[in-house]
Design a protein around this ligand. Structure first.
Ligand SMILES: Nc1ncnc2c1ncn2[C@@H]1O[C@H](COP(=O)(O)OP(=O)(O)O)[C@@H](O)[C@H]1O
Ligand SMILES: [Mg+2]
Length: 298
């Protein structure tokens, strides 16, 4: 099986003689160590993430895959400051945000270095804001003058192939695919270094899926780091430099996308590769799949 992946991204050579600059540019955009998240009350605590460590280099796209309930969205929420970890550290662009309170997180999000797109665009977009207001708001809170914000919003609309006539519409007046493109455009207006995408194409039909994946590939080419979360290995295969596999709240495998797909080491990863329809080469052996499922308790 062959999967097209960018070689230059996998090799990551620096070749710069300016050592300080090289060190600076190699500093991870996101560096997560030993991240633990519990849900529930003090007496009935349930572990959702158990000591996850993952870093994302500048310009790198990391796919995070795993079945429903494996902790993918919890990881996204923790990295966006929407759920408080019980242990571990999160460093974003060199800034240790692990102990940030609500206010500091809000300030950090306002700076727009880290952005997000969720599966349901209605969760990334305010239903009461027009497309234009959704796109200009992140700029206005940064103090960008109104006229410039509007111009930049228009430019990003074009980048996600949406017509200007949509600027006056509310999210509820758009199709699912249009809404998700607005959510992607909104995540980009502040020119972030890192975008966390939680199942960005899972709710879309195949035409919209292909289009959004195309937009994400352009972003990747433009040097934005992406964390692309999906339950479907197939949808991250063509875009991720590395793939991290979450199983029951733990990372069981991390590696170059090509290696994880072609030579999965963990039995759970093998199961995911076999159950991704677009990746499957030989008919999956039903007995083996059943045995794996039993072994892994999934
Ligand atoms: N708000 C919540 N309260 C309690 N448990 C939750 C909450 N959100 C998620 N969980 C639980 O945490 C685990 C991981 O969930 P989640 O991160 O949403 O997984 P995924 O995104 O991979 O489907 C699951 O067992 C889920 O039931
Ligand atoms: Mg999820």
């Amino acid at each position: 099986m062959t999967v097209e992946l960018a070689d230059e991204a996998l090799n990551g050579s620096t070749g710069s003689t300016d050592a300080a600059r090289a060190a600076e540019t190699r500093e991870p955009v996101l560096d997560v160590t030993g991240l633990e998240v519990h849900y529930g009350s003090r007496r009935r605590r349930r572990l959702a993430l158990g000591g996850v460590s993952l870093s994302v280099a500048p310009g790198e796209t990391v796919g995070v895959i795993g079945e429903t309930g494996s902790g993918k969205s919890t990881f996204a929420r923790a990295v966006l400051g929407l759920v408080r970890p019980s242990a571990g550290s999160i460093v974003i662009g060199g800034e240790d945000v692990s102990s940030y309170g609500k206010r500091q997180w809000r300030d950090l999000r306002r700076r727009g270095l880290i952005q997000y797109v969720f599966q349901d665009p209605l969760r990334s977009l305010d239903p009461d804001l027009t497309v234009e207001d959704s796109l200009t708001e992140p700029l206005l809170v940064q103090g960008v003058p109104g006229k410039e914000a509007a111009e930049r919003a228009r430019a990003f609309l074009a980048r996600v192939s949406l017509a200007e006539e949509l600027l006056g519409r509310l999210p509820g007046e758009l199709s699912g695919g249009q809404r998700q493109r607005v959510a992607v455009a909104r995540s980009l207006v502040t020119e972030p270094r890192l975008v966390i995408l939680d199942e960005p194409v899972s709710a879309l039909d195949s035409a919209n899926r292909v289009q959004i994946l195309g937009i994400l590939k352009e972003l990747r080419a433009a040097g934005v780091s992406l964390v692309f979360i999906s339950h479907d290995l197939g949808s991250v295969a063509g875009i991720a430099d590395r793939v991290a596999v979450l199983h029951q709240g733990e990372l069981v495998e991390v590696g170059a996308a090509r290696d994880v797909i072609n030579q999965p080491r963990h039995p759970y990863t093998r199961l995911l590769v076999r159950s991704a329809p677009t990746l499957r080469t030989a008919p999956a052996d039903r007995a083996e799949r059943q045995a794996l499922r039993a072994l892994l308790n999934v």
